[in-house]
Write a protein that binds this ligand. Structure first.
Ligand SMILES: [Zn+2]
Length: 224
């Protein structure tokens, strides 16, 4: 299932559009019953996605190598997110296995981005101004990499989570103490799966797991 997508008319729908941009980039990989899908496959995909996050002043064209760079950044973010969230979901595993390679990938985009803000005098007032240099797509990806670094290192903001509903490969920020799933759709599926399992166990008069047995992965999710 593609949870809580938006989009009307001819607009494309994207997964979990209320998440911060780096998480939205991670979630361009999503899954349903048919398997895992990638929303960033073509230059048109990337141009539409960058437009959807409002990263640029207007429409920005994308080339094949931009798609490759965006996907590498996405895979790097997913690798670091997996480490942050103790994510062991096999279907969600990043194409970048090595954590150092993932970190280097994120940093390389920061370096490729615009230089730091500079001091400017405007109408007698001191203001900061970030020089506009380089292609718009590079600036957009660089800004996402910078945001992601903040997101991964912030200690006083909602925590990144991997959604543990059956089959889900998405990440989300736990912005509410009771939020346990990426979406209500995933919450409902997880509850249904739990109910089905319990019902099946009851009907077999199963005595249940022996004392000290490891709980099923979902049973460890709190907040339900
Ligand atoms: Zn989910």
């Amino acid at each position: 299932m593609r949870p809580e997508s938006t989009g009307t008319g001819g607009e494309r729908a994207w997964v979990l559009p209320d998440e911060p941009v780096p998480v939205r980039l991670m979630n361009t990989i999503w899954a349903d019953r048919a398997g895992v899908h990638d929303d960033l496959r073509t230059p048109d995909d990337l141009a539409a996605w960058v437009a959807s996050i409002g990263a640029t002043d207007g429409p920005v064209g994308a080339r094949r190598d931009d798609v490759a760079r965006a996907r590498r950044l996405r895979d790097a973010l997913r690798r670091v997110a997996a480490m942050c969230t103790d994510d062991v979901r096999a279907a969600a595993a990043s194409a970048i296995e090595d954590i150092d390679a993932a970190i280097a990938e994120i940093n390389s985009l920061v370096v490729a981005g615009p230089p730091a803000a500079q001091l400017t005098l405007r109408k007698g007032r001191l203001v900061t101004q970030t020089p506009v240099v380089g292609p718009a797509m590079t600036r957009a990806l660089s800004a996402i990499a910078i945001d992601a670094i903040e997101l991964f290192t912030a200690t006083d903001s909602p925590q990144l989570r991997a959604c543990q509903a059956p089959g889900c490969v998405l990440y989300f920020l736990k912005d509410h103490p009771r939020r346990a799933w990426c979406s209500t759709a995933c919450g409902n599926r997880a509850r249904a799966a739990r109910h089905y399992r319990r019902h099946r166990l009851d009907s077999r008069a199963d005595p249940g797991p022996p004392p000290g047995a490891r709980p099923a992965p979902e049973a460890r999710i709190s907040g339900e």
